[in-house]
Structure formats: structure tokens, C-alpha cells
Design a protein around this ligand. Structure first.
Ligand code: ZN
Length: 71
């Protein structure tokens, strides 16, 4: 299992997000966004996955996930 903070995932607090896979971490991050930063979650849901901002985010997330130490 790996841990990233909300801020590392593009959020704005230091809550730790955990996941055993990229998909799980992304799902947990989204769940946290919906609970803690609903306005950010709404903005993300409106965005197209092919949007350059989303593509850039996904690349950064994958790199951060790969760099995060295994717990
Ligand atoms: Zn947060």
C-alpha cells in the first residue's frame, strides 16, 4: 500500500490518501475530494479526461505514485 497526501494529488490539505494500486488511490482521492473539497470534486468531474490539464495531472499522479514508498 502506498500513501500520498491530498496536496500531492492536486488537493489543498495534508490528509493522507492510501491505495494499493493507482486506480484505488485515485478512487480514494476522489472520495476524499467529495467529502472535504466538494467544489474541487465538482470541477474535476466536469473536466474531460482528454483535457490537457487532466492528462498532465494523470502523468504527475503516476510519477508521484511510482515514487511513493511502499508501506
Ligand atoms: Zn484534502
Amino acid at each position: 500500500m502506498k500513501t500520498l497526501t491530498c496536496a500531492q494529488m492536486g488537493g489543498k490539505c495534508d490528509v493522507k490518501i492510501t491505495g494499493s494500486t493507482e486506480d484505488e488511490m485515485m478512487a480514494n482521492g476522489m472520495k476524499h475530494m467529495e467529502e472535504a473539497h466538494p467544489e474541487m470534486a465538482a470541477d474535476i468531474k466536469k473536466m474531460d479526461r482528454a483535457d490537457p490539464l487532466m492528462v498532465a495531472w494523470a502523468e504527475k499522479f503516476k510519477a508521484d505514485y511510482a515514487a511513493a514508498p511502499e508501506m
